[in-house]
Write a protein of this length. Structure first.
Length: 151
């Protein structure tokens, strides 16, 4: 499945919009396609707290045929006050947009896209330059954290 998003940044109370396209490679049936907004917090002792914050159903039951794409636009609303993304030495908090194809008698097909969530006021409250600087700084910190996890 492919996902096209207008932005990968989820602002407090914001809406993510995009299009999901499923390109089946085998014949079958799906109970439906859905988009969900997921928060994951990883703790030092290996505990993972996972919360599905919002769900939008895109399709109901459908026949899957190779060469026949299923495409659907979507909008999903984020929480009013989401926890920001962060990485520390032993803990982390991340947000994902997941597209799920619910397949009967099989493991669901899931496509995950990591989102950037920054805490704080909306753009008009802090001014464009400050907001973009903080967003870039946060993205840089995420990249540094990801680079440290590489072997």
């Amino acid at each position: 499945m492919t996902v096209e998003l207008a932005t990968r940044e989820l602002r407090p109370g914001g809406i993510l919009a995009g299009t999901v396209t499923a390109n089946p490679t085998v014949e079958g049936v799906t109970r439906g396609l859905r988009v969900q907004l997921v928060s994951e917090r990883h703790e030092q002792d290996g505990i993972v707290e996972r919360g599905v914050e919002a769900v939008v159903t895109l399709t109901g039951e459908a026949d899957l045929r190779p060469g026949v794409s299923i495409s659907s636009p979507f909008q999903i609303a984020g929480p009013a006050d989401p926890a920001p993304c962060w990485d520390a030495e032993y803990n982390s908090q991340h947000w994902y947009l997941e597209v799920v194809a619910d397949l009967p008698f099989m493991r669901d097909e899931v496509t995950r896209i990591e989102l950037l969530v920054t805490q704080g006021r909306k753009v008009q409250d802090v001014g464009q330059p400050t907001y973009y600087f903080l967003s870039l700084l946060h993205a840089l910190l995420l990249l540094v954290g990801a680079a440290r996890r590489l072997p």
